[in-house]
Design a protein around this ligand. Structure first.
Ligand code: 13P
Length: 247
């Protein structure tokens, strides 16, 4: 069984001040004996400030993106080594917004995954189908292909040591959530694809998770927690969702 985990993706929202405020509220509300690991993914520029505030808490920090390259002449990029240096334990790779808006291919995502792991940062590999792919009954095939691209580059064992987040594109930021059954079906298929080594891999669900729908999703046997967008920008709401991972 994967370990329980709750992650908040702040995306490109907020100011330095609002990031500090949210981090402070989370650190105040966070119980030291919480079982589920909590991670926040602030905008890159706010990571040092958030990292300072959360240094004495049990909340981990991650980045929303990483370069596929190591340090060098890559103007505008940020390497996994730099993220590690700033206290990032995790990084999102292959978020659907990166794939759709910034044109990241399965191959690029796989290279980013490898760069993160090589530097000692744990990648959270995001996968998921579009609305039309679901309508065409291609969901399981699309998700399996996204995961296979990474397995082909780094090997199955390395993928099993990461975290995988299933985020159906049609459920992101839309208020529409996959039903617990729909989500479980995909999570079970991912678990099967990973085989024996994947029995303890942490699998997250993401896509319009809120405190009203989280309990049923997190009860599913192959869902170990959530990757939360909008609802992670409000400390109380995010804390309420986090408690449901452990319920
Ligand atoms: P929402 O929770 O806002 O739908 O975003 C989900 C997501 O993309 C998390 O990475």
């Amino acid at each position: 069984m994967g370990k329980p985990l709750i992650a908040g993706n702040w995306k490109m929202h907020g100011t330095a001040e609002s990031a500090r405020k949210l981090a402070t509220q989370l650190s105040q509300h966070r119980s030291q004996d919480a079982v589920a690991e909590m991670i926040v993914f602030p905008p890159l520029l706010h990571i040092p400030a958030v990292s300072d505030i959360l240094a004495t808490s049990s909340i981990s920090i991650g980045a929303q993106n990483v370069s596929q390259y190591s340090n060098g002449a890559y103007t505008g990029e940020v390497s996994a080594e730099m993220l590690l240096d700033q206290g990032c334990k995790y990084v999102l790779v292959g978020h659907s917004e990166r794939r759709a808006v910034f044109g990241e291919s399965d191959q690029t995502v796989a290279e980013k995954f490898r760069a993160a792991q090589n530097a000692g940062v744990i990648p959270i590999l995001c996968v998921g189908e579009s609305f039309s792919q679901r309508q065409q009954d291609a969901t399981l095939e699309v998700v399996a292909k996204q995961i296979s691209a990474v397995i082909d580059l780094v090997g199955l064992d390395k993928v099993c040591q990461s975290v995988i987040a299933y985020e159906p594109v049609w459920a992101i930021g839309t208020g529409e959530t996959a039903s617990p059954e729909q989500a479980q079906e995909v999570h079970a298929a991912i678990r099967t694809q990973l085989g024996k080594a994947g029995r303890s891999t942490t699998l997250l669900y993401g896509g319009s998770v809120n405190k009203g729908n989280a309990a049923e999703l997190f009860k599913q046997p192959d869902i170990n927690g959530g990757l939360v967008g909008g609802a992670s920008l409000e400390a109380d709401e995010f804390m309420n969702i986090a408690q449901l991972v452990e319920a």
